[in-house]
Ligand binder design. Structure first.
Ligand code: KIV
Length: 303
């Protein structure tokens, strides 16, 4: 456990970027054609860094099943895991809007169970919105969640929870009928009360059309630059995924390399006894140190 100070409650200097982001903030951004920035985060440390970088929306994505828990897909992630990570992120996020992903099977059996689970994210973990994957099959759920005062983020296109139905992670909406279907799904979710819509893995032209048709903001991932905002998995942009980057990922840093080098340097310093140094050690006051030395002289260690 490090002995650094906990995050203080000192007032931040007032500036536009320190104002709490709310849903109306994001709606206003859409109206003003100001891009919305969004990223995933799963733990306190990363959440705090992302929040301090003034990203508008932090999503505790169920992608945590892959990047934090090492699963092959998002399907195994449970409610309890999502709640644990969301609580940690909540402690690190002050400014951004905080959304949590509803994991597979938490809203697929019946609507009432979906509403109960979504309420847990708000009441037990401090989420300000929940995200659900799916289109017209989620309309009733989105209605009910909105009725229960829970803002909903829809998610259509390449929906990772539909992995088996899609037969892999494939770009969606590539034909005209498929593109029209996606537009219909987007409009149905908006009509049902969705506050935002994630468009994942769809052709740029389709995302642009949906963005132009909707009053609510669209947030793209692998959907081109014409969405109202962009989201990436934080571990993708930091190169912390042990996998080649998808076409739509831009790597902004190589944290894997930085961490590997730092850990190797530490190991070498331990093995060569150059860590810790005397300056990195605590010391007795001079008088106590002298008395300890005298005691050692009087009571030499038995062989
Ligand atoms: O789980 C996730 O991280 C997501 C985003 C990438 C949209 O759904």
């Amino acid at each position: 456990m490090s002995m650094t100070e906990p995050r203080g409650m000192e007032p931040a200097a007032p500036s536009t970027s320190s104002l709490k982001v709310t849903l109306p903030t994001l709606q206003e951004k859409k109206r003003n054609h100001a891009p919305i920035s969004a990223l995933t985060a799963y733990d306190y440390t990363m959440a705090r860094l992302v929040d301090e970088a003034s990203v508008d929306l932090v999503l505790v994505g169920d992608s945590l099943g892959m990047v934090m828990l090492g699963h092959e897909s998002t399907l195994a992630v449970t409610m309890e895991e999502m709640l644990l990570f969301t609580r940690a992120v909540r402690r690190g996020v002050r400014r951004a809007l905080l959304a949590a992903d509803m994991p597979y099977a938490s809203y697929h059996v019946d609507i009432a169970e979906g509403v109960r689970n979504a309420l847990r994210f708000v009441k037990e973990a401090g989420a300000e919105a929940v995200k659900v994957e799916g289109g017209s099959n989620r309309v009733e759920l989105v209605h009910r969640l909105t009725d229960a005062e829970i803002p909903v983020i829809g998610h259509i296109g390449l929906t990772p929870q539909s992995l088996h139905r899609m037969g892999g992670y494939r770009v969606q909406g590539k034909s005209l009928p498929a593109a029209e279907l996606l537009l219909g799904e987007a409009l149905a979710l908006e009509d049902a009360g969705a506050a935002l819509l994630v468009l994942e893995g769809v052709p740029r032209e389709v995302a642009a059309r949906i963005t132009a048709e909707l009053a609510i903001p669209t947030i793209g991932i692998g959907a081109g630059p014409d969405c109202d905002g962009q989201i990436l998995v934080l571990h993708d942009l930091l190169n912390l995924t042990f996998a080649p980057a998808a076409k739509f990922v831009r790597r902004y840093a190589d944290a894997a390399d930085a961490i590997r080098n730092a850990v190797e340097d530490y190991r070498k310093d331990v093995e060569t006894r150059s860590f810790p140094s005397d300056a990195e050690s605590y010391h007795l006051p001079a008088e106590t140190r002298d008395r300890l030395a005298k005691m050692a002289e009087r009571q030499p260690r038995k062989a």
